[in-house]
Design a protein around this ligand. Structure first.
Ligand SMILES: [Zn+2]
Ligand SMILES: [Zn+2]
Length: 267
């Protein structure tokens, strides 16, 4: 069982959320590992977007899992004694039957997994990726959710809560990432009662499950925004959850993006 407390207290030089050639990352794992070694990382975790049963260009295919594991093992040997390499996965929650709690992922033999919600189902049951650009998100809300932003936000947080309740993963990924896109569609939405209720429900689930929580720095430099939003951080810390500071890097030169600033913030 992975010990996030041990990893995060060993040094500040770690990152447990990275994407490479096996999903929508923009460099091979070897280049990500070399960048991590140059930063004197003690631990590097790879987390390709796991296979899903719906069409998604960002997610890895089941067929690539053996090659992914083989490359993890090769790099683990290459950096033995200098940096620990972990074979992880960022697993999508789609619905109660398809998510991190599915037996398929448990049987893979991962070192750890991140549970994340990227897709939200509309009233017809179609899954739409709400994690992309604010422009695309705005279009999806108009075209596939009848312009009902509240429905999308409530569905999103309900999915995060259901994922937490069902378990099967080790680290909660960017739990309020919908906030960035929702705020672009309707500025100030994070002050709406329904939005606040969604965050409160997630915080209660974090408290009840004792799961570790990611502080995702991917957009800190570009937008000044962390996931979770800094305004929720004191409440997250009150739950007693272990915080893991990850950059969600898709490029080697962005591996440490925002991490030093976020680490200073939580100090
Ligand atoms: Zn993600
Ligand atoms: Zn990610």
């Amino acid at each position: 069982m992975i010990d996030f407390e041990a990893i995060t207290s060993l040094s500040e030089y770690y990152n447990l959320h990275t994407h490479t050639q096996f999903c929508d990352g923009h460099a091979p794992m070897s280049e990500m590992a070399a960048a991590a070694a140059a930063l004197h990382y003690t631990t590097l975790g790879f987390t390709p977007h796991g296979p899903v049963h719906i069409e998604s260009p960002c997610n890895m295919s089941r067929d690539y899992i053996p090659a992914y594991f083989a490359e993890c093992d090769r790099l683990r040997q290459l950096y033995a004694g200098r940096m620990e390499i972990l074979r992880g996965m960022e697993i999508d929650y789609l619905d109660p039957r398809h998510g991190p709690s599915s037996q398929y992922y448990a049987d893979l033999g991962l070192d750890y997994s991140i549970g994340s919600v990227h897709f939200v189902a509309n009233r017809k049951g179609e899954q739409w990726d709400c994690d992309g650009s604010p422009e695309r998100f705005g279009r999806y809300v108009r075209e596939h959710f009848c312009g009902d932003l509240r429905y999308v936000v409530e569905k999103y947080f309900a999915a995060v809560c259901d994922m937490l309740t069902r378990g099967g993963f080790h680290l909660l990924g960017h739990f309020d990432k919908i906030g960035r896109n929702a705020d672009a569609v309707e500025p100030g939405v994070e002050d709406c009662e329904y939005y606040l209720r969604g965050v409160e429900d997630v915080l209660a689930c974090i408290h009840d499950t004792g799961v570790a929580v990611e502080l995702n720095t991917k957009y800190l430099k570009d937008t000044g925004r962390l996931f979770p939003n800094v305004r929720w951080l004191p409440m997250v810390m009150e739950t007693g959850a272990t915080l893991v500071v990850n950059s969600d890097a898709h490029y080697p030169d962005k591996l440490d993006n925002g991490r030093p600033e976020a680490l200073k913030l939580i100090e």
